[in-house]
Write a protein of this length. Structure first.
Length: 146
């Protein structure tokens, strides 16, 4: 093998490696660019708000959280979501403070629902919208409980 053919082989190998690295980087970027990621993040923040509410509301708060988890599953590729244990409220907060957390969650869910309806994305968005509607209904029922 001559110096010139060796050099050509090395250069071609380098170009192949660079091209495959570039393709791998593009695949990774596409995976990272989940258009539903901001919505899923907002749903997780809403669950965090609901976990701060310190009353049980006859299980309606927990049911709302489960609906939100269903929405996340509809928006995220299989196996890419984790949910912690949902604890029932201990009742240590004043009712009005706990109710305010539920009101905040309803506002957030309403905004998320509108975003889902008006922006493109993938996943089962109709299922996510229905789950969010279910969560809102559970929270409205919860607020009627004293």
């Amino acid at each position: 093998m001559t110096y010139k053919s060796t050099l050509i082989t090395v250069l071609c190998s380098g170009m192949f490696l660079a091209a495959s690295s570039s393709a791998d980087a593009q695949k990774g970027a596409k995976k990272a660019q989940n258009p539903n990621a901001p919505i899923v993040s907002q749903l997780h923040m809403t669950v965090a708000v609901l976990k701060q509410a310190d009353h049980d509301y006859n299980g309606h708060r927990v049911k709302a959280i489960r609906h939100i988890h269903t929405a996340v599953k509809a928006l995220v590729p299989a196996g890419k979501h984790a949910h912690g244990k949902i604890a029932s409220g201990t009742g240590k907060l004043e009712q009005s403070v706990s109710d305010a957390f539920l009101q905040q969650a309803i506002q957030q869910l309403t905004t998320i629902q509108t975003t889902l309806a008006n922006t493109p994305g993938f996943g089962n968005r109709p299922m996510a919208v229905m789950a969010i509607q279910g969560a809102i209904a559970e929270l409205q029922t919860a607020l009627k409980i004293r």
